[in-house]
Each structure stands twice: as structure tokens, then as C-alpha cells.
Design a protein around this ligand. Structure first.
Ligand code: PNS
Length: 163
């Protein structure tokens, strides 16, 4: 049984992330979406909210029963080893992602040579979609519904109502 980890900040999960997750489910028996706990990074959604939004969003995918959602703190490769994962999934949207991803993949490979990083390209509809962009659209009251899963859109509307 081949298990992959799909790590990220997911603040919040976007349709691009969901697209990558769906592709990963074609390649691996189990995919664990794992949310990084990073006290140094301020996020719009709490860790618990991000986990819940991923669970709600992934529930509609083919193969949803093979998805788990967790949080991790510390080195990603330590979590991957502890979970028995053979691969790390990352989305690659455009050339500007490459520099950061290349450094991260090589560092992770140095630390854990037995774990492969697998890059998946989302559909071209989502190549420009980033969580930071979506948060900015939301901040200024724009329509985020074509960028995020329904559960996230509802959460955004909830935040709007609180203002
Ligand atoms: O969605 P993001 O913010 O691009 O995800 C980055 C993430 C969380 C995958 C990365 O920062 C990470 O793996 N952090 C855990 C600490 C770690 O292992 N760092 C070494 C990577 S070289």
C-alpha cells in the first residue's frame, strides 16, 4: 500500500489544491493531506479550521475514503517517515514556483533519500490560483467562489458577516 503526504499551509485550501489532491489519488493508495503547524506564520484560518475545511472539501472527491487530514509540527520528512509515506506531493503551477520547490525537494531528499517528492500540475484553470491571492480577494470583498471549494466559500461568507 503506497501512502503519500500532501503537505502545505492550506490557508485556505483552494480548487488548485483540490485538483492536485484528486490527481494524487490516482497515483497512491492513500493520501494524507497534512497541515503545517507554524507558530511563526500568521494565518487567516486557525489550524482546526484549515483541517476541517480540507476534510469538507475532499469529501466530494472520487476516492475520498482514501484521504486523511492531519496536522504536523517539525520537519516534514520526520512526519513522512513516522507515517510510512513513500512520497511527498506538491503542486507546481508555474515557473515562479520552481526555485522554492527545487530547494525544498533537494533538502528533503538529503534528509530522507528514500522519500520522493512528486510534483503534479493542476488544471490550467487553476495555474494562477494561490491561497494568498484568494485571501487578498476576500479581504477586499471580491468574489472568491471560482477559486475555492464551497466549504471555504461558506467560511469566507461567515468571516464577512462577522465584520
Ligand atoms: O503551502 P506551503 O506554505 O508552501 O507549504 C510549505 C511546507 C509547509 C510544506 C514547508 O514549509 C514545510 O515542509 N515545513 C515544515 C518544516 C520543514 O520540513 N522544512 C524543511 C523543508 S526544506
Amino acid at each position: 500500500m503506497k501512502r503519500a503526504l500532501y503537505p502545505g499551509t492550506f490557508d485556505p485550501i483552494t480548487l488548485g489544491h483540490l485538483d492536485v489532491l484528486a490527481r494524487a489519488l490516482h497515483l497512491f493508495d492513500r493520501v494524507e493531506v497534512t497541515v503545517a503547524v507554524n507558530a511563526a506564520k500568521t494565518t487567516l484560518f486557525t489550524l482546526e479550521e484549515r483541517v476541517r475545511l480540507i476534510e469538507a472539501s475532499a469529501a466530494g472527491l472520487d476516492g475520498a475514503e482514501r484521504v486523511t487530514v492531519t496536522a504536523f509540527e517539525g520537519l516534514l520528512v520526520d512526519h513522512a517517515r513516522a507515517q510510512g509515506a513513500v512520497a511527498l506531493i506538491r503542486g507546481l503551477r508555474q515557473v515562479s514556483d520552481f526555485d522554492y520547490e527545487f530547494r525544498m525537494a533537494l533538502a528533503n531528499r538529503r534528509l530522507a533519500p528514500e522519500i520522493q517528492t512528486v510534483y503534479l500540475m493542476p488544471s490550467e484553470d487553476h495555474t494562477f490560483v494561490a491561497a494568498s491571492l484568494v485571501r487578498e480577494i476576500h479581504r477586499w470583498g471580491g468574489d472568491t467562489s471560482s477559486f475555492v471549494p464551497e466549504a471555504v466559500e461558506r467560511a469566507f461568507q461567515g468571516l464577512q458577516a462577522q465584520r
